[in-house]
Write a protein that binds this ligand. Sequence first.
Ligand code: NDP
Ligand code: MG
Length: 385
Amino acid sequence: MKNVAILGSTGSIGTQTIDVLRANPDDFSLVAISAGSNIGMLEEQIREFHPKLCAVWDEDKAKELSKAISDVTPTCKIVSSMDGLIELASIPESDILITAVVGMIGITPTIAAIKAGKDIGLANKETLVTAGHIIISLAKEMGVSILPVDSEHSAIFQCLNGERENNIDKILLTASGGPFRGKTRDELADVTLEMALKHPNWSMGRKITIDSATMVNKGLEVIEAKWLFGVTPSQIEVVVQPQSIIHSMVQFDDGAVIAQLGTPDMRLPIQYALYYPKRVFLKGDRLDFSTLSEITFSKPDMDTFLGLKYAYKAIEIGGSMPTVLNAANEYAVARFLNKEIKFLEIYEMIDYCMSCHKNIDSPTVDQILDTEQWVYETIKSKWSL
Ligand code: NDP
Ligand code: MG
């Protein structure tokens, strides 16, 4: 029996993690859950799974939730704000923390979990993008495993099974290309929020869906892959594969390419991280090669989808630059989701912040969080938002 805590249990990854736990009650116990403010869903999760602890970011909502579950036994302790998320991340009863929260808010709780010796099922890529140098060395020091949940990184992780002694020549990181694949820069000028939220293959949270449309997501994934697999950025090649059948590939020194394929279903990488190294039955569709008509490949258009170009630049510079890329993107996407800016302004905001940032080598957590604030202030004053 493995005890699981989830940071962000009400979101797309969080609820799919819960689906996996629900399907395997003899193997897992859910000991702690959390969300930003969705206490309606948290209440349902408490009544179904009886976790010991529930963290709600919003303090007023936490109080409301306490009242709403006053009849539930055994009792569930409700905590709030960052202290609450840290308490959840390091709860003594858990074996693994699934980081299913969105954004840099995940940094501090993830570090707390590693310090408490918890394995990490990592979906929250923004944490690794901004604090990868801290997280990876701390995980080594503490002897904890960082198990990728992002589908591409899970695929690479699966391709590397039994290959630890062998050199990776390159990682072939696949990308669907998002809803705007094939569009020109002019055509992107007037795309709407509704258009950007229509991902062709995956149903995901709103922020990552926009990141897929800009291809910033793929850029963040390049950085994530660098930290997870210890390769250089030049060893990571992005390959557009619009059907999302190949989830990524690894090429070895002898020229052999190993790929992981499957239908687009996030429960597979979530379940793989939870059960690693075991594979168990997962209900759902299977690939049918008799009807699968084609798997096609092309190069990403980095001059139109600048997200990828900026990410390669940020990781080449290193230090605090990936934080600038990520924080500017988080801020810009939040504004785009609010319909306050246009699609291409997401790139403009990232570019502006990266071009005027004084880079810090090997930033501490405090410096990363200060850089995040600097980015927000810089955008607010330049765009009068
Ligand atoms: P969602 O927006 O669907 O869910 C985000 C979760 O984080 C929700 O539970 C939300 O709570 C919670 N949350 C937000 N703010 C806070 C806060 N301040 N404190 C505590 N909890 C908070 O996101 P996704 O599930 O799509 O993505 C989660 C992460 O996984 C992201 O980093 C994403 O890039 C990554 N990922 C997602 C994939 C997917 O298929 N969705 C695929 C690969 C990676 P509330 O409901 O209250 O807002
Ligand atoms: Mg992915």
